[in-house]
Structure formats: C-alpha cells, structure tokens
Write a protein that binds this ligand. Structure first.
Ligand SMILES: C[S@@+](CC[C@H](N)C(=O)[O-])C[C@H]1O[C@@H](n2cnc3c(N)ncnc32)[C@H](O)[C@@H]1O
Length: 313
C-alpha cells in the first residue's frame, strides 16, 4: 500500500481567505479531495463568508474536474456561528456573491435558503461530495445528515466540520463516533476537526486507500495535511496581525490628534484662568474702594446731621 501522494509544492495556494479562520487548516485537503475524487456534484451546507466553499470552487476550476457546486445558507447565522450585524450584515452575502459570481458562476450556485428548503432542489443519489457545516448541536447535525443522506450517490462522501469540539452543546463529535461504527472514514484533529465519511457502496479509490492505511501510516498522512493546513493558518494569522497593526497605527494617529486638541484646550484653559485671577483682583480692589467710599459717605452723613443739629440750637 502506498501513501496517496501529495507534496507542499503540489498543493494550491488559496485565493480567498477571510478573517474567519476556523476552516483554513482544511483547505489543502479540500483541494486534494476535489482533485483526486472528481465529484460530479458537490454541495456545502453552511458557507458564511465562503472560506471552505470557495476553496472547493478554486480546486474545481483549477483541476477542471467538471464538478457542479452548490452552497446552501440563509446567511442569517445561527446560535453557534453568531448572528449579530457585524458577522451577518447583508453585505456578507453581497460580498461573497460578487466574488463568487465573477469567478465561478459557470459551475456553481449560491442558494440563499434553509437546508430543509434546499432538499427539494436535489434528486436522490445525485450528490458525490457533501460538506455539513451548519449548526453544530448533536440534534441539528444528525438532522442534516439524515435528511441529506438519501441525496448521496453510491460514491458519496460526507465531510463534517468540528468533530473535535466538545465544549458547550457542540455535538458533532458524538454523531461522528456513532457514524464511524456504521461507515468507513477517518478524521483530522486540527482546525476543530474534519470527519471524512464514505457513505456509498462505490467509495472513490483515493478515499479507500487512505481509509485502509495502517494507523501509523494514516497518522503520518494526516500530519502532512495538518502541516500544510498550519502553513495556511500562519499566513491567515500574519494577515490578521498586519490588519491589527494598521488599526493600531490609525488609532495612534487619532490619539496624537486628540492629544494636540487637549494641549490646545489646556492652553486656552490656563489663559482663561489667568484672566479670571486678574478679574478677581479688579473686583477685590473695587470692593475695597466701595467699602471705603461707603464709610466716607456715612461719615459725611453723620457730620451733616451734626452740623444741622448745631445750627438749630
Ligand atoms: C459555521 S458557519 C459556516 C462556516 C463556513 N463553512 C466556513 O468555512 O467559514 C455555519 C453557517 O450555517 C448557516 N446555517 C446554520 N443552520 C442553517 C440552516 N438550517 N439552513 C441554512 N443555513 C444554516 C449559518 O447561517 C452559518 O452561516
């Protein structure tokens, strides 16, 4: 048995990477599964900004596999992916759709609807490769798997993201453990885990070869993909570091402008304080003068009264 070949130089560079990096570590495998199994139809359930989906599309175009691709998502988010405006504003779908339509619309369609609504658009046994990456509770992913299973062809392979996530109510790991007892498959542990499950009777040769490697060889083979995946991830991190550096530089400029404003305001304030001290001194002087004048008037009043009294006597 030989290890299905792949080398770093052989593996494409991803053309699309957003700031959502949870799937980036699996992009080399996405390229290779398309290249080696040449699915006739690929469907993704859960696309968000497009990091996984666009890597499948890039491989389809690059290797000219003739695969028809469909992505299904409401682009409204869910309780795990989040649903706030920053993550799921209308611009997320529009940005993806503009990029996608320019490059891949000849063989790929974005379907903005629920996974259940999309079911009726696919006939039984028509999908060779399915990637399930929607809501990650046990119930949701089981529902997605069971409702889409009849759509899988005899060569069908299903990919599950997040099989390694065991916190909160993530439950893909649990379904994955159950399914591995019924179907042949293997799973990657990096980048939250990716399960690869062969659900048909005519599993593609490439998948069969990998699934039947001895545990040691399989580990070595998977490590290679983990290594390639980490190279992409470090590239994503580098881009994020550069983005945050630019943001910091912008903030530094804003802080210097604010400091300058503050200095101007402080100068004005100390000028006003000086003026206030001078005004207070003037008022004090006038107060003193007023008191002296009042005393003088009282004195004159008394003298006048005294003079009047003397003239009457
Ligand atoms: C984890 S994200 C997908 C991540 C994507 N594969 C990537 O590479 O970044 C899950 C997506 O599934 C979508 N989703 C979840 N449940 C859905 C359902 N029942 N119908 C349609 N879309 C759904 C959400 O809107 C969200 O965009």
């Amino acid at each position: 048995m030989h290890i299905p070949n792949n080398t770093r130089e052989n593996i494409l560079e991803p053309e699309f990477l957003s700031d959502i990096d949870s799937w980036h570590g699996h992009i080399p495998f996405a390229f290779e599964i398309i290249r080696n199994t040449k699915p006739k139809r690929f469907v993704e359930l859960g696309t968000h900004k497009g990091d996984s989906y666009l890597s499948f599309c890039q491989a389809v175009e690059h290797f000219q596999t003739g695969t028809k691709c469909c992505s299904v998502d409401t682009w409204q988010g869910d309780e795990h992916a989040g649903s706030d405006a920053e993550l799921y504003g209308t611009d997320i779908y529009e940005t993806l759709s503009a990029y996608h339509n320019e490059k891949y619309s000849t063989f790929s369609t974005l379907m903005q609807m629920t996974f259940d609504e999309a079911l009726s658009h696919f006939s039984e046994g028509s999908i060779d490769l399915l990637h399930i990456d929607g809501l990650h509770t046990y119930e949701a992913v089981k529902h997605d798997f069971e409702t889409w299973l009849p759509k899988m062809s005899t060569q069908g392979v299903v990919l599950f993201h997040d099989i390694e996530v065991r916190y909160s109510d993530f439950g893909v790991w649990q379904l994955w453990d159950e399914l591995l007892k019924q179907y042949p498959g293997f799973g990657f542990t990096h980048s939250y885990g990716l399960g690869v499950l062969a659900v048909g009777d005519e599993t593609p040769e490439w998948i069969n070869e990998i699934a039947s490697l001895s545990p040691d060889l399989l580990e070595t083979w998977k490590k290679k993909y983990e290594f390639y995946g980490r190279a992409i991830l470090s590239h994503s991190y580098q881009r994020q570091i550069e983005y945050f550096k630019r943001l910091l530089e912008q903030k530094d400029v804003e802080i210097s402008a604010l400091k300058e404003q503050l200095e101007n305001v402080s100068d004005e304030l100390s000028q006003k304080q000086k003026e206030l001290v001078i005004a207070q001194m003037t008022v004090n002087r006038r107060d003193t003068r007023l008191t002296a004048l009042t005393a003088q008037i009282e004195d004159i009043g008394k003298q006048y009264a005294f003079a009047q009294q003397a003239s009457q006597e």
